[in-house]
Design a protein around this ligand. Sequence first.
Ligand SMILES: Nc1nc2c(ncn2[C@@H]2O[C@H](COP(=O)(O)OP(=O)(O)OP(=O)(O)O)[C@@H](O)[C@H]2O)c(=O)[nH]1
Ligand SMILES: C[S@@+](CC[C@H](N)C(=O)[O-])C[C@H]1O[C@@H](n2cnc3c(N)ncnc32)[C@H](O)[C@@H]1O
Ligand code: SF4
Ligand code: SF4
Length: 351
Amino acid sequence: MRPVSMGLPTVRGHVEASDRPDTPDLVDRFGRVARDLRVSITEKCSLRCTYCMPAEGLPVIPQQRLLSASEIVRLVTIAVRDLGVREVRFTGGEPLMRRDLEDIIGGCARAVPGTPLSMTTNAVGLEHRAQGLVDAGLSRVNISLDTVDRDHFAELTRRDRLPAVLAGIRAAARAGLTPLKINAVLMPETLTGAVDLLQWCLDEGAHLRFIEEMPLDADQAWDRTTMVDAQHLLDVLGARFALTEAGREDPSAPAEEWLVDGGPATVGIIASVTRNFCEDCDRTRLTAEGTVRSCLFSDSEIDLRDAMRAGASDDDIAALWRGAMWTKWAGHGIDADGFAPPQRSMGAIGG
Ligand SMILES: Nc1nc2c(ncn2[C@@H]2O[C@H](COP(=O)(O)OP(=O)(O)OP(=O)(O)O)[C@@H](O)[C@H]2O)c(=O)[nH]1
Ligand SMILES: C[S@@+](CC[C@H](N)C(=O)[O-])C[C@H]1O[C@@H](n2cnc3c(N)ncnc32)[C@H](O)[C@@H]1O
Ligand code: SF4
Ligand code: SF4
């Protein structure tokens, strides 16, 4: 098993900062512009999905090393006002584990009015917070759900919390957090329940996307040779539903859509490994400790938290962020010779 490191990864290689064009936006060397900010706000989680977390959870980040609500609001403000970011996603770990989530959302909604604020969540506890989060300014949620079979759910997440998740999904729909997207990670075990899960989502009016598993699990059990790919899923779903290719919502959207039984409902497939979308990537990330991470797979991070705490101005922070994104890699390189998974697992990066 790979040791779980929460420390700051090292910088690999050298990139000339002087080659960067003089633009306020978050451009990189491959002509991409990051407009979609994903902010991890905690490493804690109520579940222990086998494809993400170790059974014992991630090492706890001491409170003083986590970004505070006001620091998050400040960084989101800089991203939107000065760096061209157009939408903000809160993630983790599990964002609902933060008691001040409503303050974070509310603060951002006031600071950057009109910017869509969404959350990726496992929905445990959402039943009681969905309306409050909408009132604070949350626009949308994506919810992780790999199976609607309770025993299988308990096995996959190492927690018997399926009823809480389903209650959370329904509360989100009632609170108007739509379109409601459901994320399911593809594994040999989830293929068995894929038809039932899709039928459940169709019945509930939720939009299901299946995701190819990436080598970002803390246990480092991911294996390219046994990974379930998009084509395998299409074969399984195709035996029960008529699927017609419908393309992507926009070029940088990770999911390719398929009409189910002629539509209008669709099912999405995020083929992060076999049909990756790195060429059109528009993402920039902040970890819960306030480092900029330009790519899920790049261990090179730039620390904004300590800069802020040392008195850096908004302009200084913006310059550090631009520099971090300029060094972004072309893509994840999973299929390249010598590929090594990053030091942080998905829950520690912010998926
Ligand atoms: N390769 C890659 N995969 C990502 C990235 N961000 C998210 N994913 C994968 O895509 C899945 C869905 O991510 P979500 O957080 O629901 O967000 P999204 O699908 O990008 O967002 P919307 O469709 O705009 O709601 C995650 O579970 C990850 O497996 C990324 O930057 N790179
Ligand atoms: C890390 S979680 C954080 C947010 C929240 N706890 C949740 O589960 O939605 C974000 C997303 O990452 C996905 N994810 C986690 N590990 C993954 C892996 N190894 N490969 C692909 N997606 C993964 C999850 O399915 C989820 O949709
Ligand atoms: S995928 Fe989300 S819910 Fe599952 S362990 Fe990772 S952070 Fe927690
Ligand atoms: S792997 Fe990196 S470059 Fe590819 S889509 Fe994800 S964040 Fe973007």
